[in-house]
Design a protein around this ligand. Sequence first.
Ligand code: HEC
Length: 228
Amino acid sequence: MMAMNNCARFIILTLSAMWLNVFFVSAGFATTSNFPLENIKFTQDQASLQRGAKIYYDVCRLCHSLKYIKYKVLQEIGFTKEQVDLLRGDIPISASLSKTSSDKMLNSQYGQVPPDLSLMAKARKHGPQYIYTLLTTYSEKEGVYENAVFPGIKMPDALNVANAIDESLKQEIKSKAKDVTEFLLWSSDPRAAVRKTIGTYVVIYFLILSVMLYFIMKRVWSRLDKEK
Ligand code: HEC
């Protein structure tokens, strides 16, 4: 009887620790960036991911590869096989997304090979907010371009935000920046959505288990009380 009692206590303690864990993991973290990053919420909805993929493809791919993302994986954000085929042309479906400019050309033009973007949303602190703010804070003064987040950046103003005076054009560029960032956030962890679904089931499972164990514990203790 005593063994059972200890066992129940052990399980209750373990479960409490698990709940604490769930709480802390979901609680988030604090910021320490110099330039205030835009606090954009990223939803990972499919329409936005697809628009973002196209912007990456049309704009960023000139200089940046996405070496951990293969063409066939694009089907996971809702592209049909035909759409992927159209994007890749003669490139094999199991090849990863490579940049279109050569390292040599990029090196001579920018003094370096632009980094691969597959994991960029994870590599920078507050990655998605950082990328979004980086893309949207270019400015131009007498032909000299500057960036608020990354002063002296060698990357040109890819989305042409510096010269967008018109308010509606500005908004359009901002929504492009958001979409491409959504896509880069996805590319840094394509399994995230699946994992979150599993996570929800695990939490439900623990909930049911906690309730059951609570009643088991009550029964064990009531028997002990009777024995006294
Ligand atoms: C014409 C070439 C070119 C294009 C097009 C381009 N980039 Fe870049 N990018 C660069 C270069 C060069 C760097 C390295 C900058 C540096 O370290 O000074 C860079 C760096 C970056 C970085 C890393 C910044 C850091 O913190 O180190 C991100 C993020 C980025 N680019 C995102 C994008 C996105 C998103 C697009 C498409 C909308 C894009 N780039 C289009 C050339 C380009």
